[in-house]
Design a protein around this ligand. Structure first.
Ligand code: PRP
Ligand code: URA
Length: 209
């Protein structure tokens, strides 16, 4: 699959296995989502440009590498995407944070927009969109469309679990946006849930079920 990275790192796979377990508490679930997002961030930012900077160590002057520009934005899709913000922003503390509010209509499975607040200078930023679940792909497709309309420098999409249906729909709608996911699952069930998945990510993060 072009433009799709699936993580096979043992730490990520181990944490994901606990996340999937229906007996995992909301507290542990939140911590794991954040930790996995932090680990995934490492690979998802591998191609960020660097620039040479002169500094002085206690020993001598030297040239070191800094992130060029450091103009990033993290955009979680509400609600469940919020769970990934802490992990990513710990790795990129200077990143601005935007929010896109979407929920899936339970019957039609179509995304319903209810909020959008993005950094004013998003046209000068590289954007990382985060949401734990890519199911039909409708929410992520819509969120990326809203961000593209504001002309960011680049967009990448990071999720924990993707369904093949979601990957296909997203890659068709946004072939230019790389997708990073910790696992590619089997299929969607008749209610649009990922199988085997982890259930409803938002409900498990916020304990709302
Ligand atoms: C979940 C999830 C994604 C969406 C994925 O959100 O966090 O945003 O479903 O499904 P899709 O790929 O079929 O669009 P949900 O609609 O349950 O809202 P919530 O995060 O507020 O619970
Ligand atoms: N949203 C979720 O939270 N879980 C799924 O399996 C599908 C969509």
């Amino acid at each position: 699959m072009k433009n799709v990275t699936i993580y096979d790192h043992p730490l990520i796979q181990h944490k994901l296995s606990i996340l999937r377990d229906k007996n995992t508490s909301s507290k542990d679930f939140r911590e794991l989502v954040s930790e996995i997002a932090m680990l995934m961030c490492y690979e998802a930012t591998r191609d960020l440009p660097l620039e040479d900077v002169e500094i002085e160590t206690p020993i001598c002057k030297t040239t070191v590498k800094h992130l060029a520009g450091k103009k990033l934005a993290i955009v979680p899709i509400l609600r469940a995407g919020l769970g990934m913000v802490d992990g990513v922003s710990r790795m990129i503390p200077s990143a601005r944070i935007g929010h896109i509010g979407l929920y899936r209509d339970e019957k039609t499975l179509q995304p319903v927009e209810y909020f959008c607040k993005l950094p004013k200078d998003i046209d000068k930023r590289d954007v990382i969109v985060v949401d734990p679940m890519l199911a039909t792909g409708g929410s992520a497709i819509d969120a990326v469309k809203q961000i593209k309309a504001r002309g960011p420098r680049s967009i990448r999409f990071m999720c924990l679990i993707a369904a093949p249906e979601g990957i296909e729909a997203f890659s068709k709608a946004h072939p230019d946006v790389p997708v990073f996911c910790a696992a590619l699952d089997d299929h969607l069930n008749e209610k649009g849930y990922i199988v085997p998945g982890l259930g409803d990510a938002g409900d498990r993060i916020f304990g709302t079920k």
